[in-house]
Design a binder for this molecule. Structure first.
Ligand code: DC
Length: 222
């Protein structure tokens, strides 16, 4: 294994990339970055500032002004925006429903991408970073690059199992299908770019998925 290892994982909602990335980070003793949590945290910031989702310049201003702090410890995840802890709030359906107002705006993406690169650069022994554009935009030079997908039915079932009673079928379809279609306007996370390995986890459980990624890491970097 090299002294420093950067692993980039992309995939759509519910593909299992967060749980997989955390498991891989823990197994290899690496830091972990959930870039989706950053998009979600700035969503809290623009909503708190009273900015409407369709007010693009307001969303850009709230994003670039946001003071964002995020844990890179896979075992202890937290995120703060403008001094407020939003660790639990970023998972609420109201945030999922409004996050595309950030992720579909080029200026917001550019701001968050540069913050993400700084966090990755600062990770001493390396990091597992996951999102939608990590393999292609944020860290195209990562040592290991993976696109993790799963069929839409499997992804909806996983999100339902995660959120339980807190979500109905309409919200579920909005969170998975509508959001993927919005998010894929600026970023391609459904087909693997050159040099990116595609892993379909539809018929794999979490342990098997983590095992497959660890195998890929060993094959790639030894
Ligand atoms: O992975 P997630 O569901 O927590 O991501 C939240 C939103 O942020 C999602 O709608 C897509 C967007 N996102 C993105 O556009 N690029 C990333 N690197 C990570 C997330």
């Amino acid at each position: 294994m090299p002294d420093r290892l950067v692993i980039a994982i992309d995939g759509p909602s519910g593909s299992g990339k967060s749980s997989t990335a955390k498991g891989v980070a823990s197994a290899l003793g690496l830091a972990y970055l959930d870039t989706g949590a950053m998009y979600r945290a700035v969503t809290c910031a623009y909503l708190d500032a009273g900015v409407a989702p369709d007010d693009e310049s307001g969303v850009i201003a709230a994003t670039t002004a946001a003071v964002l702090e995020i844990s890179t410890d896979a075992a202890n995840q937290w995120v703060r925006v403008n001094g407020a802890d939003v660790t639990l709030r970023i998972r609420e359906p109201a945030i999922s429903a409004n996050v595309s107002a950030v992720s579909t705006v080029t200026e917001c993406r550019a701001d968050l991408v540069s913050r993400q690169r700084a966090i990755i650069d600062a990770a001493g022994s390396g990091i597992v970073a996951e999102g939608r554009d990590i393999t292609t935009v944020v860290a195209p030079d990562a040592d290991v690059r993976l696109l993790l997908t799963a069929d839409p039915e499997a992804r909806m079932a996983r999100r339902k199992a995660e959120l339980g009673e807190k979500i109905d079928e309409v919200q579920l379809a909005d969170q998975i299908l509508r959001r993927d279609s919005d998010d894929s306007k600026l970023v391609n996370f459904t087909t693997a770019a050159d040099g990116v390995t595609h892993l379909d986890s539809t018929f794999l459980n979490l342990e098997e998925t983590i095992g497959a990624v660890l195998d890929l890491v060993r094959r790639t970097v030894g």
